[in-house]
Design a protein around this ligand. Sequence first.
Ligand code: ATP
Length: 924
Amino acid sequence: MAASFLRPNLIRQSRAAYQCAICTSRRATLLAARPRTQYTSKLLRPPVSRTYATVNSGDPKPPKDPKDESKTEKDSQTKPDSKKDVDQQKQTEEQKGAESVKTESSSSEDAKDATPPGFVPLNERETKAITEVATMIKNGLPKSQSQAVDEAVHVMKKGGIPHELREVLEERQKNPTKRLDLATTVKLVGIFTKMSRMTAQQIREEYGNDKVSSKSSKTDGKEEPKIFEQSNKGDSGREKSKQNRSEGQKTGGPRVFEFKLDTGTILITAFLSYYLYRSLFPGEASRDITWQEFRTTFFDKGLVDKLTVINRNKVRVELHREAVANLYPESPAARQNFYYYFSIGSVESFERKLDDAHAELGIPQSERIPVAYADEVPLSAAILSFGPTILIIGALFWMSRRAASGGGGQSGIFGIGKSRAKKFNHETDIKVKFADVAGMDEAKVEIMEFVSFLKDPGRYSQLGAKIPRGAILSGPPGTGKTLLAKATAGESGVPFFSVSGSEFVEMFVGVGPSRVRDLFANARKTTPCIIFIDEIDAIGKSRAKGNFGGGNDERESTLNQILTEMDGFNTSEQVVVLAGTNRPDVLDKALMRPGRFDRHISIDRPTMDGRKQIFMVHLKKIVTNEDLAHLTGRLSALTPGFSGADIANCVNEAALIAARANAKSVEMTHFEQAIERVIGGLEKKSVVLNPEEKKTVAYHEAGHAICGWFFKYADPLLKVSIIPRGQGALGYAQYLPAGGNDVYLMSVKQLMDRMAMTLGGRVSEEIWFDTVTSGASDDFNKVTRMATAMVTEWGMSSKIGYLNYKDDEQKLHKPFSEETARNIDQEVKRIVDEAYRQCKDLLTEKKAEVQKIAEELLTKEMLVRDDLVRILGPRPFEDPGEFSKYFSGEGQKSAPPPPPVEGNDMPGEMPSPAARKIDDVQQL
Ligand SMILES: Nc1ncnc2c1ncn2[C@@H]1O[C@H](COP(=O)(O)OP(=O)(O)OP(=O)(O)O)[C@@H](O)[C@H]1O
């Protein structure tokens, strides 16, 4: 705000002020010698003269009388050099002032209200003194400047003088012969400048005010003029308020609100105000000017200290700060770090111009203004170039702060190398004991050794025995590997670190090994303890195999780190590492060598006995009134191939079904429904088959059932239904595993009977309908796989011989010749054709039985083993083994188990009674 109206003044007034200031400076002579005619009075005249003539700020400025101007100039040129001259000068000034007032009065006759009232001329003594001082200052100034001083004096005579000037005057009066010293001269120049500027602005404001003017008109000459009365006003105001306050207290009048300000409040307020002011009106740090402005305003006046050419296109003007500050205390140029800039076309032209200017002013070579050259990057460009870096650092900082604030320091960028292992405390978290792990007796014996080592290491060390570092628990999903590891920790009463192999893998390089290090470091702090790494195949894959297609260095280095850490254990360190995997075959050999995972404990799906025990464990948790021995036997017979997790799920499912039926306890039917549901999926009542489709499904299922019933080595049917279930299965059937026991070996006869039974559905359709359906595709798939395995793996084809061509998906080329391939195809087809013939012969022979079963199915939708016995008579072959014990009872609602599960070497292919029927637990 201030800058906006000061700027023109600065340019106009700087000349007058400067000319005085330099009287005492080194360059005074130089400048005095300068041809002064170059300054035109019009250009240099301070605005005071115009302002003074215009009382009302809103009025247009009256044009200057050229006569007056020339006259003033003429007067200014007169340089009094004696006391007489001074008197004469004084008279001239007075006369001029009077004339001026007269001129103003006459020029404003039309607008009387514009006449400035209340002007109090100085008393005679002061007038004389001020004129004297002005004369001294004017000495050596160009005439235009003298005129400016004259005009300031003129204004002062009307408006009064400030205290400082009065002091100077008094000093002069005491010692009239004394010459003005440098400090006083500078001070006086400042006062004159300020005076003229203040007069220009304030007279308009102060004396345009009627109230003030009427008040002022009453003042006599002894009083301080209004424009310098502010401090007095303040004092009297304070006194008045004091007076008011005491009066108010006395009279009980309105209380005057008082602000009590302490130093702290003042400082804070000052700081806040400054901050607010700075943010609203940011101070200038630079200002652009033109060459001409530079020349006339600064250069010609000797205010320039140094010039710096920046980036060859701009020049920074460094001024003599003290001189500028003394002359123009309010000018921004007086501030530190404020610079003027002007643009140049080229450095050469600038240098030429500067040389010319120096020459013009007659400045000798040795005193010329120094010019420096610099390359500077603008702040904005610097910020821009550093922007991305700052942004990244900021983001990292922010992320680290976030990491530190949440997630216990394990999330975020700095927690990335920390192990994610969950630590279970044996006292609070791990309640699992070996009693909770049913079956797997051999595995338990193996792992028990770790428990006794952790409990009593001395027993082993005293005999010099080294305890195995760890064990790999391998087996199909849900067979209780984690449970066994937990039970080990629970039994030995040590902390248990559980982590999944995949948690070591991150997208950042080096995170895996670092997490491994961290995990083992933590474990060592809390020895004895157990580390359990689940799904270790995620990192422990064979390095040779894993490298296929580019390799995975990160995974390898994680594995190496595990190997190193396990090697690094002291024999005394009681840290046992257990690892679980479903794919022991892909693990790196180095992991399995003695000294690392010494023990390899294979946990298979539970046997009949194991299932019984597992059922027993889980049945304890639910309410049932059934005979537990019979129940567990029957249920385990119904669930061949079920893993521990499947059994746990079944028991829980049964409890849920019972709860849905509002039963008081869980009954056998609930368990059977649960098993059906686990095997076949939900009944889909919404899928409604049309009668023709239903008939086809019924005859399809009847074909399977008859085959199962009359082929000796096929699996006899326990239950069949044509209610759609699961994902697109239109029928559902359960069979007793062949021979009534868990199957470990399959003979050619068994395989042929099973294949024939699998084809029973399609053959029945062919016999009973004009056309066949797509419902047997899954059957064909199974049959093909069985026949292929017979030919290529089990050596059951005389043509191919005793060779194993097991299909390996990772191999791109078949390991046999084209001719062998053709022979394999022929043999597979031959076997399937044989099975087909066997099936067709049977179903043609038993056409009536097929029809009976199918019709019954269509009416009842579901048949159990007893229905089959009723319709077909007892099965012509004895059912050996334990199964008969649980399924021979009359009227028992049977829910027979699914077929045996395909193990590594077991076929386990079963017929699909209907399209996409799910009858193999492995497909669940
Ligand atoms: N032998 C068993 N005795 C009792 N419950 C068992 C047994 N095996 C499995 N379970 C049940 O199955 C659940 C899952 O078992 P667990 O998590 O140990 O399987 P896993 O072999 O580690 O599976 P994955 O290989 O998928 O990790 C257990 O919580 C438990 O309820």
